[in-house]
Ligand binder design. Structure first.
Ligand code: PLP
Length: 372
């Protein structure tokens, strides 16, 4: 092979479409001029994590030289027992994010498409575009998925349909009946992916995380995470429950040691700490309606949420806009999430905080809107 002189070398180029992808934008964690801001922008667990999980994590420090169990057997068995599902149908990932990427890679060829809701979580589209697939987004009504509009977008090149239960950034969810209707309307070759990252925060009787439906189906994958109710976002553990053949396909391309040993150990302990989970849920159930009522009381529109955050609509009047409110709150030490990148320029997504954060939030927003 002849080596070209440097000036004539052709530079490596990412494959078509990669540089058109807008990178995922995480919630901000710093506010200029504020030393210890409160982060209400990442939908993390404001109570921290289970003490048992923290101890398990620290105990794993004695084995940092060893590769983890690549199959994550202990954690898969613990998940299987807790949710009464088959362990061989569980796939572990470095966060749900990785599980979602793997699903896209298994199913999507260039020219295929995925169908999602108008305000869908950004990771679905990024993963699909990385496979040179098209992203089709169905209009939502009042921030809720419309099953019929989703189904209308499904065509011969659709491989995956994504639903988020409850959704991020809207907090809304489909009822169990709507999930059943969506699944029934899909061709059997299309996989319905139900991302249940926030499901543990939703106790509405009409809600379902889809696991029950997935048990007997050949084309449903449900994903869950340890980042939210278990408070282990930093450790990156997520899982998917898939039909056996799909779990097998995902496992073939899954990086062999994708969940670290400290993460596996902490996740097993977290799963066993039902007291921490109950406390986390109780906190959200106490403050979610309070925030909705209080923010509604100062004239803001709060979208009904089944998650650990609320989506809040602001006026478009100059001086009172969502972007200005975000800056005003940041200046006072509360970092919330602007969601203009989701096509919601007049809204902010706010993670439910501790009592003092929630009270401060309401007071600041009342002052902001009152022009004080
Ligand atoms: C809807 C949704 N799915 C998945 C994730 C990613 O979860 P993980 O931390 O398990 O990667 C998030 C994180 O915020 C999310 O909001």
């Amino acid at each position: 092979m002849t080596v070209q002189p440097p000036t004539e070398r052709v530079k490596p180029e990412a494959k078509p479409g990669i540089l058109d992808i807008t990178p995922y934008k995480p919630g901000k964690s710093a506010a200029e001029g504020v030393e210890h801001p409160v982060k209400l922008s990442g939908n993390e667990n404001i109570l921290g994590c289970s003490e048992a999980a923290r101890e398990a994590y620290l105990a794993a420090a004695g084995q940092l030289n060893l590769y983890p169990d690549g199959r994550g057997t202990v954690l898969r068995n613990a998940i299987a027992q807790r949710w009464r599902v088959e362990p061989e149908r569980i796939v572990l990932g470095c966060g749900t994010d990785e599980v979602l990427h793997l699903i896209n890679q298994v199913f999507l060829e260039p020219g295929d498409n995925i169908v999602q809701g108008q305000y869908a979580f950004g990771a679905y589209g990024i993963g699909a575009r990385a496979c040179q697939a098209e992203v089709k987004s169905a209009a939502e009504r009042r921030f809720r998925i419309d099953v019929e509009l989703m189904l209308e977008l499904v065509d011969a090149r659709t491989k995956l349909v994504f639903i988020t239960q409850p959704a991020n950034p809207t907090g809304t969810f489909c009822t169990r009946d709507e999930l059943v209707r969506l699944h029934a309307g899909l061709p059997p070759s299309v996989v319905l992916v139900i991302d249940a990252a926030y499901a543990e925060f939703c106790t509405d009787p009409t809600f379902s995380d889809g696991l029950e439906l997935a048990r007997g189906a050949d084309n449903i994958i449900v994903t869950h995470t340890f980042s939210k109710i278990h408070g282990l976002a930093s450790l990156r553990v997520g899982w998917g429950y898939a039909p056996a053949t799909i779990a097998d396909a995902i496992d073939r391309i899954r990086p062999p040691f994708n969940v670290s040993n400290p993460a596996l150990s902490a996740a097993v302990a977290a799963l066993g700490d039902t007291e921490f989970q109950a406390r986390s849920l109780a906190h959200i159930e106490q403050w979610r309606p309070w925030l909705a009522q209080q923010l509604g009381g100062v004239g803001l529109e709060v979208v009904r949420s089944g998650a650990n955050f609320v989506l809040v609509g602001f006026p478009t009047t100059p001086g009172k806009t969502a972007a200005e409110a975000e800056a005003y709150l940041a200046h006072r030490g509360l970092i919330v999430r602007g969601v203009a990148n989701y096509g919601l320029p007049n809204h902010l997504r706010i993670t439910i905080g501790l009592e003092e954060h929630n009270r401060a939030l309401v007071d600041h927003l009342a002052a902001f809107l009152g022009g004080r």
